[in-house]
Design a protein around this ligand. Structure first.
Ligand code: BDP
Length: 596
């Protein structure tokens, strides 16, 4: 799916700003049929929740309405007119004046609504979006909604981060020519110093296709005619971790000398491969150093913010990280484009978190129910997950920064039914993208003996909390558990990495002993894990949980959120940040040597 760009033939106007806002408890069901009867306004892009002081809005369960007037530029009469929503969490219905014109399910992938037949160039229309935050057993992520005796709804879900909702990413009105480029796919490689870009252009309508490649300085490199083909680059500059070189691939549609459409895609030339127990980027063993992150900031919730984007990447660079995982959902496209430009390596995750009835919100409050089967997560849930995978891969497959798909976080992969549920999902992902390795993050309860799906994947990613949820405060015992656990996965002959390890830490709490919650404990726990990792030849990476503290659901076992951040929520370093910086800046992108 192509991100809207302004080109010689395409225009766009931003619909970000303040929109009229109301919950479905405040206005009638058919609220779109008239100007919203409300004094409230909500900022877009931003989750709506923390913008309001009223808990009935913040924790509202159900639909909310966003509304604004939009004027279609007068020069767009001969174009198709679309509205691009970068995300509506978790489901949306879109209305132009009285008419429903589109819908989308899934909170973290973009969608277009084609409004050409419902609007007039030069005139205005009333745009209403009803966004639904309810999580059920047929949504990804899953949840349940209960209705109390007074009719008030409440929401439960099986992941710890707060269920922020609304229009958290940009909204745009954009135009495309009637005959246009509808998609472009690139697959890259190289041999010696010659780079290769295999491209496929999809068209809506028919025209001649011309493809031109330029380097970063804008110099012509090569060109080709036709909707599919291969471009060769003499003396290629590869996209590398830490050095994100991008070529520009410009697709022109022509009718004789007339330019019908033009679209430019940034392209990084690199390869990714799992060979034996190594993870290779451009045929060199790569060692992941970094974090599981969240899209989470004060007031904005999951709202995308370019200042936080820049600052977070600055901190990743300061600390010596070379990678992160988009835990636990696809991030804003601005983030991936930034990673492409700056050589950051990304493990791109779907929104499949909490497919595990044992866990509950956090590690300790689960039920007894089994996870997979018609009564809980059955075929409807799996069909929705398949659609999430399709939309993620369609959106992100051209990003050189994305080196692996993480299809699920902490599923009940030790339970009956997990293989039946996930095998078709893995097959689908391989069919849609045969070029990237697949992984999933493995929960504590799933071990090398009882996990039923590990053989389907290429990289074994473990989430482990020895020294925190298991033997808290006892790093000696934690080290023994960890060594035993890591040794047990060797038999699969695949690369193993840690996608979560860490400890909740209250900034300012200190101790000379191993006291959980202190800054020293977090640093000592990480150092212990690193000592163990460095002894394991098939170990390919460490991603600490979490980059920064983040907001969690209302409940009793988190105080003001999850505090496993190495940075606070406002991005101040805890002691562990300095410890990580010492380690990660002491070696490059390859594997560190065993410690003395
Ligand atoms: C893991 C989850 C992660 C949680 C973390 C924790 O993957 O989302 O935040 O535990 O408990 O189970 O801190």
């Amino acid at each position: 799916m192509l991100r809207p760009r302004i080109t010689a033939t395409r225009e766009q106007i931003s619909l970000d700003g303040l929109w009229a806002f109301a919950t479905d408890a405040q206005v009638p069901d058919q609220a779109h049929a008239a100007p919203l009867d409300t004094k409230l306004e909500a900022a877009v892009p931003a989750s709506y929740n923390d913008q309001f002081a009223d808990p009935a809005i913040r924790d509202h369960v159900g639909r909310v309405f966003y509304q604004r007037e939009v004027r279609v530029p007068r020069g767009w009469g001969n174009q198709r007119v679309l509205i691009r929503f970068d995300a509506a969490t978790h489901a949306a219905n879109v209305y132009v004046n009285d008419l429903r014109v589109g819908e989308h399910v899934g909170g973290y992938t973009p969608f277009d609504v084609d409004v050409t037949d419902h609007v007039t160039a030069g005139e205005t229309f009333r745009l209403t979006v009803a966004v639904d935050n309810r999580l059920t057993r047929e949504t990804i992520p899953p949840g349940t909604v209960a209705t109390g005796p007074d009719g008030t709804r409440s929401q439960k879900y099986l992941h710890d981060f707060y269920n922020y909702a609304g229009l958290a990413r940009s909204v745009r009105l954009h135009s495309v020519p009637r005959t246009h480029v509808s998609d472009v796919t690139v697959v890259t490689g190289y041999e010696g110093s010659t780079g290769r870009v295999d491209y496929t252009v999809e068209l809506s309508g028919s025209a001649d296709v011309l493809v031109t490649l330029r380097d970063e300085a804008g110099n012509f490199v090569t060109s080709a005619a036709g909707a599919t083909g291969t471009l060769e680059i003499a003396d290629v500059t590869l996209w590398q971790p830490g050095a994100g070189y991008l070529y520009d691939l410009t697709v022109e549609l022509r009718d004789g000398s007339h330019l019908v459409d033009e679209y430019t895609l940034p392209v990084g030339v690199r390869t990714v491969e799992v060979r034996g127990s190594e993870f290779l980027i451009n045929c060199e063993p790569f060692y992941f150093k970094g974090f599981g992150k969240h899209e989470d900031t004060p007031v904005r919730g999951k709202g995308h913010d370019n200042a936080f984007l820049v600052h977070d990447f600055q901190l990743l660079d300061w600390i010596g990280a070379n990678s992160f995982r988009t835990s636990h959902y696809p991030y804003a496209e601005e983030v991936l484009e930034f990673a492409d430009r700056h050589g950051m390596v990304v493990i791109d995750e779907t929104a499949a978190v909490g497919l595990n009835m044992l866990i509950g919100a956090g590690i300790s409050t689960g039920g007894e129910e089994r996870t997979f089967g018609p009564e809980v997560l059955g075929d409807p849930s799996r069909d929705v997950l398949a659609q999430h995978v399709r939309e993620l891969i369609a959106r992100d497959r051209n990003h050189p920064s994305v080196v692996m798909w993480s299809l699920i976080n902490e599923p009940a992969s030790n339970e009956d039914g997990s293989r039946e549920y996930f095998e078709p999902i893995v097959e689908l992902a391989r069919e849609l993208d045969p070029t990237r390795p697949l992984t999933y993050s493995i929960v504590m309860f799933a071990n090398a003996e009882n996990d039923r799906i590990v053989d389907l994947f290429d990289v074994i990613s473990l989430n482990r909390y020895y020294g925190w949820y298991v033997v808290p405060g006892d790093l000696r015992a934690a080290e023994q558990y960890l060594r035993r656990d890591l040794a047990s996965w060797e038999k699969f002959g695949k690369p193993v990495m840690m996608t979560e390890y860490g400890a909740d830490t209250q900034p300012g709490a200190h101790s000379v002993w191993d006291g959980p919650w202190t800054e020293e404990y977090q640093a000592n726990l990480l150092a212990m894990y690193h000592r163990v990792f460095d002894d394991i030849p098939y170990f390919v990476g460490e991603q600490v949980w979490n980059f920064a503290d983040f907001q969690t659901s209302n409940g009793t076992h988190r105080v003001e959120g999850n505090k496993k951040g190495v940075f606070t929520r406002d991005r101040k370093p805890k002691a562990a940040a300095h410890e990580l910086r010492r380690r990660w800046t002491s070696f490059g992108d390859g594997k560190p040597k065993p410690q003395e």
